[in-house]
Design a protein around this ligand. Structure first.
Ligand SMILES: [Zn+2]
Length: 234
């Protein structure tokens, strides 16, 4: 949670098919700053590496911070829903320690220095501070931090906070053409439409079928559908 912690790292995955590829793994997911990450979570592509050669998907086991400032959700997410109880307890204990240290550090830094005024010791006001109050002082806009185990639980919680028009929508475009030219044309049309509407694109490249999925908020996906009807009037 400190300022110096990188938001993401680029990891190299070695696929059983022999291919190795790089994927961005986020350690801090702030969907207020990067709204597309919300839709990557809903579409199941957040912190998931997909092999460009065989399509195999590998989900990262790395915990991350999920922050939605507008909807008041601030969570530490451990992707493993089946984490054994003892490991859960250990993790919660560790989080409490890190948290208490961060609070103590922050209080030390924000307290006025008494150096140079020897002999005058400011009376220390000892407050029995609940964590939530301390957190509010450090991050005035942040709600209390939740701990969530499992991407499914996070996804369900996030979905419950969305308006109907904000929920995940998809357009699936596919071709059975095996020629690279035809496939590239489909991808470039889909990518252009997605970019214009601030949506995302996922490709499934199989020998007998090439599929491009455009996804994002329903309201924007509807605009893409309308544009596609203009391109391909039936
Ligand atoms: Zn592979």
């Amino acid at each position: 949670m400190s300022q110096s912690m990188p938001r993401f790292t680029v990891r190299t995955f070695q696929c059983p098919c022999g291919e190795s590829f790089d994927t961005t793994i986020y350690s801090t997911v702030n969907v207020t700053m990067e709204p597309e990450l919300l839709y990557r979570l809903l579409a199941g592509t957040l912190n998931v590496a997909t092999c460009a050669n065989c399509g195999r998907k590998v989900a990262s086991a790395q915990p991350f911070i999920y922050h939605d400032m507008a909807r008041g959700l601030f969570a530490y997410v451990h992707p493993d829903a089946d984490l054994p109880d003892d490991e859960r307890d250990e993790l919660l204990e560790h989080l409490r320690t890190v948290y208490d240290q961060a609070v103590a550090e922050s209080e030390r830094l924000t307290q006025p220095s008494t150096g140079g005024k020897r002999g005058i010791v400011e009376p220390r006001i000892r407050r029995s501070t609940p964590h939530d109050d301390a957190l509010k002082r450090i991050y005035p806009d942040a709600p209390p931090m939740q701990v969530i185990f499992g991407i499914e639980d996070l996804t369900a919680l996030v979905e419950s906070l969305l308006e109907p028009e904000e929920k995940l929508g998809r357009v699936v475009l596919s071709t059975r053409a095996s020629g690279q030219q035809e496939r590239h044309r489909l991808l470039s049309v889909a990518t252009r439409l997605a970019e214009q509407a601030h949506c995302l694109v996922e490709v499934e490249d199989l020998p007998d079928e090439y599929t491009v999925v455009i996804y994002g908020p329903r309201a924007r996906v509807r605009q893409i559908n309308a544009a596609l009807k203009l391109l391909n009037p039936r």
